[in-house]
Design a protein around this ligand. Structure first.
Ligand code: NZQ
Ligand code: ZN
Length: 385
């Protein structure tokens, strides 16, 4: 097992009817900026529940944070935070609203000239406005981690940043919120969580027995509840297990003591930026092809995954090959497409554009071995057409 440090200060408040606790978690006398997305919270009752629980607080609302939140929109919220001496932010939404809120929390206190440097140059975040979340879409794990992904409209870029200062103070995660999710977002949630586990598991053996078993349990639970949650998101048992899987998949625990990959995400982000695929759709397209190109380096873990998660039999080599096919079939069985041409007609230059961008950013060796070079990126993307 590799050395590790574990730090996660987020208080997770899980289950039904937890909104009342907002009052005990948010400091009295706080002036709150409440952030949300395109309005789903108005339709499903979450907005009313939050407002009711926060009676007596001064609240300024900032709605309209889009899926794949943009720098341009978020900077408007940063101005509001500065003008109104906001001392607490409450994000009510999915990964996009929570990620956007992390950026607002960091950019509002950022002293440099251009807050985009936080993303483009990894500028150091020295302080951040405290924030909490009310999660409405299980998928990203953003409710219990300190990372975020922000897009820039002007340049069609999508970049990642993070800081230990950006863990939510608390997150209210109520599994009943998924009842109002469209099928597509449920599909996205299952796949995003599944791929988060694979990014931290499908690498090479590192004698981290417990981590492997935890990762495999999250995968097996997602295989069990994923198809059911699509059919009946009102089933509380299924919804609660699904939601907990999504949080566990990316709250930092699985990555401790093991190598991690994340190249599927880095390439996938470009498909979202260039072709508008939902985040999880991009992962379903790229992931299986990346495992094929990296087969020699991943085959031991692929075989372990095939045996333990899919109960496959045969030689290790055969099991490893079949495990990739099983994974792709799993995504397809959830109704998610696994090739780029099923989403876009104008994809022919994609591999070259991505390769050029990675070169400019100096991303010339991705993955757990840092050996996914630009040629391999091109190969993976072209296999994904
Ligand atoms: O904007 P509203 O009206 O709220 O509608 C949203 C949005 O259209 C809707 N929705 C959310 N909760 C709902 C609901 N509709 C009905 N009922 C509800 N209860 O769903 C749509 C998608 O929401 P979004 O927040 O974009 O989805 P998701 O949670 O999948 O977040 C995706 C973003 O997170 C980033 C992705 O790159 C993407 O930008 N990620 C963040 C990560 C992190 N912070 O750790 C890791 C992930 O790998 C991922 O990259
Ligand atoms: Zn993801």
């Amino acid at each position: 097992m590799l050395n590790f440090e574990l730090y996660n200060p987020t208080k997770l408040i899980f289950g039904k009817n937890q909104y009342e606790k907002l009052k005990t978690e948010i400091p009295k006398n706080a002036t709150i900026l409440m952030t949300y997305g395109g309005g789903s919270i108005m339709k499903n009752g979450v907005y009313n529940n939050v407002i009711k629980a926060l009676q007596g607080y001064e609240i300024i609302e900032f709605g309209g944070i889009e899926a794949n939140p943009t720098f341009e929109t978020l900077m408007k919220a940063v101005a509001i935070v500065k003008e109104n001496n906001i001392d607490f932010i409450l994000a009510v939404g999915g990964g996009s609203v929570i990620d956007g809120t992390k950026f607002i929390a960091a950019a509002a206190n950022y002293e440099g000239e251009n807050a985009w440097d936080i993303l483009a140059k990894g500028a150091l975040i020295k302080t951040a406005i405290p924030f909490g979340t009310v999660l409405t879409l299980p998928a990203t794990g953003s409710e219990m981690n300190s990372g975020a992904v922000i897009s820039k409209k002007e340049t069609d870029e999508k970049l990642v940043f993070g800081s230990p200062l950006l863990f939510p103070k608390f997150s209210i995660t109520d599994p009943t919120v998924i009842q109002s999710l469209p099928l597509r977002q449920l599909q996205n949630g299952v796949i995003d969580a599944y791929v988060h586990v694979l990014e931290q598991y499908l690498t090479y053996p590192s004698n981290a027995f417990l981590q492997d078993r935890i990762a495999e349990s999250v995968l097996q639970t997602l295989i069990e509840v994923g198809p059911k949650v699509l059919k009946n998101p009102s089933d509380y048992i299924i919804a609660s297990n699904f939601m907990w899987c999504c949080t566990m998949a990316l709250n930092g625990l699985l990555s401790k003591g093991v190598p991690t990959d994340w190249a599927t995400h880095m390439i996938g982000h470009e498909l979202t930026a260039l072709h508008g695929l939902d985040h999880a759709q991009s992962l379903a397209v790229i992931g299986p092809n990346l495992y094929k190109v990296q087969f020699e380096f991943k085959k031991e873990k692929l075989a372990q995954y095939g045996k333990r998660v899919w109960n496959l039999t045969g030689s290790d080599e055969e099991i490893a090959q079949k495990a990739i096919i099983k994974t792709q079939e799993f995504y397809q069985s959830l109704g998610v497409k696994t090739s780029l041409s099923e989403y876009s007609n104008s994809y022919k230059d994609t591999s070259q554009i991505i390769s050029n961008r990675f070169k400019e950013r100096g991303w010339i060796g991705l993955g757990e071995h840092k050996n996914i070079n630009l040629e391999k990126v091109v190969e993976i993307v072209e296999m994904s057409y």
